[in-house]
Write a protein that binds this ligand. Structure first.
Ligand code: NDP
Length: 428
């Protein structure tokens, strides 16, 4: 992290840059763009990795974006926004966003939305046959570019809107540097009326599109193999759909995550939610759609066990913290030991949160392995997810540790002395 002096109500204040400031932000923008397009051109039916010559000729002969795909993508977004409006859902309060204790309300109908999308998709495939999903998988690149264009537009829009009226700004997104603030997110809760752009993007257009793409790619394999899909594809599909539906069933848990409570909404989240998640997380399904793998019963069972263990840790720890923070008298958390901080919040030192400071990350990473192993060992590229996710979680751990250190001071130091391991008990 690098530092800069900014002025808060006329007084100088030290501002902590993340990602090494504006230059780092620019590098991250270029790198992430290169990776999403690089994975598409570098891993496909021409090879994984594809030969450089083939990549160049593919880039030269490919349509990156066309009007029809862009319209399809806008229809997708429009349909999800409409579903947010019309489907019933409970209004849930988020955590306080300022010293006055203001709490925003969020409509929770993500699960109903995803069920509707899945229902319509499966019904459509049943009636028209898996071939109908060619409309989607054959447009993978133009749809990805469309999502990319929308994510840039959205990040510019929220950046500009952060200057209009009195908006709650993210502490880490108000450096005064245009590039950096646009990248990291200047505004904390961009909203149009009661429609919260950040929470909507976090859980819907990207996550639901991810499994929608997976289904389209499974249909592609089905057509290619003349009427069957492999056990590896079934595993990938079940794990991904499970992960997404689980996030949507526990939708309100997103309200206590760093993305919602602390980070502004800028390019990082806009691109991450709309482009990165659906188009890179579906890599294993895309790989299996052109290079099918049959696993057999032994290997399949081993992968399922890794997934179950990962899920057990991931869901158990996230739900435990969520319940402890929102309903501390609930029987499942009321006897857990905690530290009472001077800031008022309580930090668990028991249950999952006594084993390491982020058992939830460990569970998530184990599941990442279960998602990659079905592709077998023919190529290292589909393992990109597990490697990237490991780096993301370590980086995220550092950011969170820094935030908590600043927020809780000595209480955080005491907490770290009691809960010694960062992510993996006895290892890290
Ligand atoms: P957490 O949900 O772990 O939230 C961290 C916050 O929880 C801290 O800032 C602090 O907030 C509070 N906290 C920390 N320690 C304790 C404790 N002992 N007791 C009570 N509260 C505590 O972090 P994330 O938002 O990063 O992750 C949420 C989930 O999302 C994880 O499972 C992660 O794996 C997953 N994730 C998945 C991604 C993906 O791409 N698939 C990307 C990022 C995350 P406070 O200030 O309120 O005290």
């Amino acid at each position: 992290m690098s530092k800069k002096v900014v002025f808060d109500k006329g007084k100088p204040k030290e501002f902590q840059y993340e990602f090494f400031g504006p230059i780092g932000a620019l590098i991250v923008v270029m790198m992430t763009t290169t990776v999403v397009f690089g994975l598409y051109f570098g891993c496909n039916e021409n090879g994984c990795p594809a030969h450089t010559q083939k990549i160049i000729s593919m880039i030269q002969n490919t349509t990156f974006i066309d009007a029809y795909s862009f319209q399809l993508y806008l229809c997708w977004l429009g349909a999800l926004i409409l579903a947010w409006h019309v489907l019933p859902g409970e209004w849930v309060k988020g955590l306080p966003i300022n010293e006055k204790g203001t709490r925003l309300e969020y409509k929770m109908n993500g699960f109903a939305t995803s069920s509707l999308v899945l229902g319509i998709t499966c019904g459509f495939i049943y009636i028209k046959g898996p071939e109908c999903m060619e409309l989607v998988w054959s447009r993978f690149l133009p749809l990805m570019t469309s999502a990319y264009v929308v994510s840039i537009f959205l990040s510019v829009y929220v950046y500009i809107s952060s200057f209009i009226g009195k908006k709650q700004l993210a502490e880490g997104g108000n450096s005064g540097n245009v590039l950096y603030d646009w990248f990291i997110g200047r505004i904390l809760n961009p909203r149009i009326g009661k429609f919260d752009i950040k929470v909507f993007c976090e859980l819907r257009p990207g996550l639901i599109l991810w499994i929608f793409l997976d289904i389209a790619l499974a249909c592609r394999q089905y057509v290619m193999l003349n009427g069957r899909i492999t056990d590896s594809m079934v595993l990938v599909l079940i794990f991904h759909v499970w992960y997404v539906l689980d996030s949507l069933v526990c939708e309100s848990a997103v309200l206590t995550t760093i993305d919602v409570t602390t980070d502004g909404f800028g390019y990082m989240l806009s691109f991450g939610d709309l482009v990165w998640v659906p188009f890179t997380y579906s890599l294993q399904a895309r790989y299996l759609s052109f290079r099918p793998v049959d696993l057999g019963i032994g290997y399949t069972t081993a992968i399922i066990l890794i997934q179950l263990l990962g899920y057990y840790i991931f869901r158990g720890s996230n739900s435990q913290k969520n319940r402890f923070r929102n309903d501390p008298t609930h029987p499942s958390v009321k006897n857990l030991k905690f530290i009472q901080t001077k800031r008022g919040s309580r930090l668990l030192i028991d249950g999952w949160w006594g084993k390491s400071r982020h058992m939830n990350y460990f569970g998530d990473w184990l599941m990442a392995w279960a998602w990659c192993l079905p592709v077998g060992f023919g190529s290292a590229i589909p393992y990109f997810y597990v490697a990237y996710f490991g780096v993301l979680l370590i980086h995220r751990y550092g950011r969170d540790d820094h935030k908590c250190n600043e927020k809780y001071g000595d209480d955080w130091k005491k907490y770290c002395q009691i809960v010694k391991y960062r992510i993996i008990p006895y290892v890290y």
